[in-house]
Design a protein around this ligand. Structure first.
Ligand code: ADP
Ligand code: ZN
Length: 695
């Protein structure tokens, strides 16, 4: 055995352990004689020849077996930044343990810029406060009822006197009986709650009521949504009720991204509306964490580490704070349904829509059969065209979904059959029309002009299939004089807002788009929604594809007939007998949970995916096979994923399904350790990532 010396610091000096914003699997120790430094303090330290801002994770530690002569002193305490709270550090540690990354990587995700709050930030904050004051002054001068005037006046006083604290603007909503029942069920539960309620049943009203009550008790609220850019509608709705809501997501300006954490830290009472990254704000006193549309895959962070899921992480956070966690959806994830079935979550149902009205009817159109009968005009069936005309005739609005953006997902030479592919990825280039037509790779940044001439034989390149842009072109031709618009990943953000606005006020009659159309829009007079080439939602080699397709279709279906009127949902497919489409018409859900159980798939097991990449195909093949052997656990693979080559790198996956027993977390740690020693032995760092609960 090695003899181990334990050194203690001397002469008023202490040893402290710090978290560096790096992928380190240990916490380095430094010396300091500054008595003010405690757990959570920021310090500047030298590490590997560079200076970093680190956060102190422990004080008065032993030096361990390190020779004290080698322990360096910190460069300085950094008090331009408020210390991190105990809960914050505990949260980072929990996330790091669950997602098999370093605490430093979580710390880095929480403080990506590490900029110091300075006078400029304070000035901006004051300016915003001034903005709120002006807003209320306007409201006050417009308010007619005495009661309302009084409220605004009181609020103004508050703002002028004490700075912004959350206020609530009552909007006269009285919860219905079923909503009240759901609310009290949620309040009385001591477990995580899954609020399972159809679209339009008033879940959002319940969240807002819960939030109001939480704030009233002096506790804070985190309200998570999958995406914000286009769900501005929800943002506006929340802001009407909670004028001081802090909005946080990745598309904020750099200044605002710095500002919000400071606000959260400084405010005693707050409500944050944000995307998953809002989990890492310096929360304190949380009483409620809401995860809206909990099934949505945008909650999962792909890269960089931590590769976390917003839903699971929200539960971790709420446990640390002793806060209530409420997950909600019309189409809950199997993970949450599973957790309800084993009693870990409490399921609360909300069956009725607020604006009554039955769910929309479903019409499945078999495009193969229609083609034979000459029932197709381009990509639209005559049946759908007929329904669109009728809807327009009644003054209604229509949404059409096609899951691929672009004009065409590929182009092909009429003469030699050549399909241009991305030089760096193993995928066909998509055609985008514009002032200049372009061929674009959807997996990397590659773009080239489209000349229409085959690079191989000089023949004619023609579009294959149709993306949203081509559908838009067809619809415009079919319905001349009708206002048609398109919303997808190619729409600039400001333009997207304008489109949402114009669709809301009825100016746009037909809206074509990708999956964004399914996300939380609440348009009163949409009575027809249609999906073109619904097959493309299924055609993924993934055991979750059917579950996802059904969630997406149900969400989209919920976009029609929101205001009582019975809507129609048209699904065009080549495979009308597929269980997913059958489920839509019959209402009989495939038993996804049972299928997963029988196959030993999540949520009955926990999946770890190990992803290995390399620019060199041969080395990848060899090293991925070696790694799989070195793991020493049952696994499948290494296998090539659907997009095997992206951006000049080739990929292999190794899949491990772990039983959900009490050894789970130690098994995970062992696998992480095996990967890390493999990286070291083979000098292969940077090539391997572990994805816990991949989706
Ligand atoms: P969900 O979040 O379940 O999709 P919403 O909360 O958006 O449902 O409710 C659907 C519509 O019904 C919204 O326009 C909402 O304002 C309205 N609504 C829901 N509950 C009430 C209520 N109790 N009183 C008045 N309007 C309500
Ligand atoms: Zn590419």
């Amino acid at each position: 055995m090695l003899s181990s010396y334990t050194y203690w610091a001397m002469n008023g000096e202490r040893y402290i352990e710090v978290i560096l914003p790096l992928k380190l699997d240990w916490n380095p120790v430094y010396r300091t004689s500054d008595p003010r430094i405690g757990v959570g303090s920021r310090v500047r330290v030298m590490f590997s020849g560079r200076e970093y801002t680190a956060v102190v994770s422990a004080v008065d530690v032993r030096a361990g077996t390190t020779d004290p002569g080698k322990i360096r002193e910190i460069v300085a305490a950094d008090d331009s930044f408020a210390p991190s709270g105990k809960e914050e550090i505990e949260f980072w540690k929990a996330v790091s343990a669950y997602y098999l990354c370093s605490v430093g990587e979580v710390f880095k995700a929480a403080y990506p810029s590490m900029k110091i709050e300075n006078d400029e930030h304070r000035r901006r904050r004051d300016k915003r406060l001034q903005g709120s004051i002006e807003r209320y002054e306007k409201l006050l001068s417009r308010a007619r009822k005495d009661e309302t005037r009084e409220r605004y006046a009181a609020r103004l006083e508050e703002l002028k006197g004490r700075g912004a604290i959350p206020s609530v603007t009552p909007d006269g909503i009285l919860l219905t009986r079923p909503q009240k029942d759901a609310l009290s069920e949620i309040e009385s539960s001591d477990r995580t709650v899954l609020l399972n309620g159809v679209t339009g049943s008033g879940k959002t009203e319940i969240y807002m009521e819960l939030a109001r009550k939480t704030l009233e008790k002096g506790k804070n609220v985190l309200y998570l949504v999958p995406e914000i850019a286009l769900s501005r509608q929800l943002e506006e709705r929340i802001a009407r009720r909670f004028p001081d809501v802090l909005v946080f997501h990745s598309r904020l300006t750099a200044a605002r991204k710095r500002d919000v954490p400071t606000e959260v830290r400084l405010r005693e009472n707050y409500i944050v509306l944000g995307t998953r990254s809002a989990l890492f704000l310096p929360h304190h006193g949380l009483g409620l964490v809401i995860v809206d549309e909990e099934f949505d895959t945008s909650y999962k962070q792909d890269s960089p580490a931590p590769r976390y899921h917003g839903r699971e992480t929200a539960i971790i956070l709420s446990k640390i704070h002793g806060a209530k966690a409420v997950l909600g959806s019309a189409t809950p994830s199997l993970e949450s349904l599973y957790n309800c079935s084993v009693g870990r979550f409490k399921e609360v149902r909300l069956g009725e829509r607020y604006y009554r009205g039955a769910p929309s009817e479903v019409l499945v159109v078999d495009t193969v059969a229609e083609k034979k009968k000459r029932g197709m005009r381009g990509n639209l069936s005559l049946k759908l065209i007929q329904k669109i005309s009728e809807t327009l005739g009644r003054g209604g609005q229509i949404m059409l979904l096609r899951a691929r953006r672009s004009y065409a997902p590929a182009v092909q030479c009429e003469d030699c059959g050549y399909i241009p592919k991305c030089p760096d990825c193993n995928v066909a280039l998509t055609l985008h029309k514009g002032l200049v037509d372009r061929l674009v790779c959807h997996y990397c940044t590659h773009v080239e002009p489209f000349t229409g001439t085959c690079g191989k034989c000089g023949g004619n390149l023609v579009p294959i299939g149709a993306g949203t842009q081509r559908i838009e072109e067809e619809v415009r031709k079919l319905f001349p004089g009708t206002e048609v618009s398109r919303l997808d990943g190619d729409t600039p953000e400001a333009e997207g807002r304008r489109i949402v606005h114009d669709f809301e006020n009825g100016k746009i009659r037909i809206l074509i788009g990708t999956q964004v159309l399914t996300k939380g829009f609440d348009f009163g007079s949409v009575s027809l929604v249609g999906v073109l080439e619904a097959d493309s939602l299924l055609a993924l080699q993934d055991f979750r594809a059917d579950e996802r397709a059904l969630q997406l279709l149900e969400q989209f279906r919920g976009r029609s007939s929101r205001r009582g009127e019975k809507g129609l949902f048209v699904v065009q497919t080549r495979e009308p007998e597929h269980p997913v489409f059958r489920a839509l018409t019959s209402g009989e859900m495939p038993d996804f949970l049972e299928e997963r159980r029988a196959a030993g798939f999540p949520p009955y097991t926990r999946e770890l995916r190990i992803v290995i990449k390399d620019g060199n195909e041969k080395r990848l093949k060899m090293l991925s096979a070696d790694l799989a052997r070195a793991l020493n656990v049952p696994h499948t693979g290494p296998y090539a994923p659907a997009n095997e080559r992206i951006g000049g790198q080739s990929f292999r996956h190794i899949r491990i399904m772990l039983p959900r027993d009490r050894n789970l977390s130690s098994t995970k740690q062992k696998i992480a350790a095996a990967v890390s020693s493999f990286e070291k032995d083979r000098r292969y760092a940077g090539h391997i990532v572990i994805d816990v609960d991949p989706i």
